[in-house]
Design a protein around this ligand. Structure first.
Ligand SMILES: N[C@@H](CCC(=O)N[C@@H](CS)C(=O)NCC(=O)O)C(=O)O
Length: 208
């Protein structure tokens, strides 16, 4: 049995969607990262304190890119990561960009203290992060101009990240609805039964 640890509205949405789409049996555990006592308790499972993490037979795996790869390999029929070498590498490239660029830009916009301790820098770090994340949203919108899914014709593990980025943009009051292709993609994601189940479980207002 796979145990998934997630938090709303964290990047763990991508792993949660991948697991639900995979059809693999799993148990989802919400971790309240805003509660210091619960966040500290969770470090007994994942010492880094981050979500997503999964445990399988007592072995813990963290980092979205690794988790998504693992799920994709366990459930090849779900097509979460393509199998031909270049398509597979392109998909992993987009996952890595999501985790290491877009996610980090968004973090700069609301956790500036993680980047520089000096409060005098925080407004500038926030503003730079906000501008950079907006350009990342535009880049995803661009990719979706002529395609239903972020990687093109087929739904993949990257699409959970795409929905998370749309939703972060909505929560942080970016004009996401001006990004027509990204907004249409969000609606396609919301039409997927597995995605709706995950959003309902997480208490997301996207399916309220
Ligand atoms: N590199 C990790 C980052 C995971 C991460 O930082 N998740 C955030 C939520 S979006 C988190 O757990 N933050 C809590 C913390 O950093 O203390 C991944 O891609 O999975």
């Amino acid at each position: 049995m796979i145990h998934l640890y997630y938090f709303y509205p964290a990047c763990s949405l991508a792993a949660h969607i991948a697991l639900e789409e995979s059809g693999l049996p799993f148990e989802a555990h919400a971790v309240d990262l805003k509660d210091p006592a619960k966040a500290a308790e969770y470090k007994k499972i994942n010492p880094r304190g981050t979500v997503p993490a999964i445990t399988v037979d007592g072995v813990m795996l963290s980092e979205s890119v690794a988790i998504l790869n693992y799920i994709a390999e366990l459930a090849p029929k779900a097509g979460l990561i393509p199998t031909t070498p270049m398509e597979r590498a392109q998909c992993i490239s987009m996952l890595a960009w999501s985790a290491s660029t877009a996610h980090i830009n968004f973090r700069r916009s609301f956790r500036p203290e993680r980047f520089c301790a000096d409060p005098a820098t925080h407004d500038a770090v926030r503003a730079d992060g906000r501008a950079a994340f907006w350009s990342n949203l535009e880049a995803v919108d661009q990719r979706l101009q002529n395609h239903d899914w972020v990687m093109g014709r087929n739904f993949t593990a990257v699409d959970g990240y795409g929905l998370r980025f749309y939703d972060w943009g909505r929560i942080a009051k970016y004009p996401v609805d001006d990004l027509k292709a990204l907004t249409a993609f969000k609606d396609r994601m919301l039409a997927r039964p597995a995605v709706r189940r995950v959003l309902a479980r997480e208490g997301s207002p996207l399916v309220a």
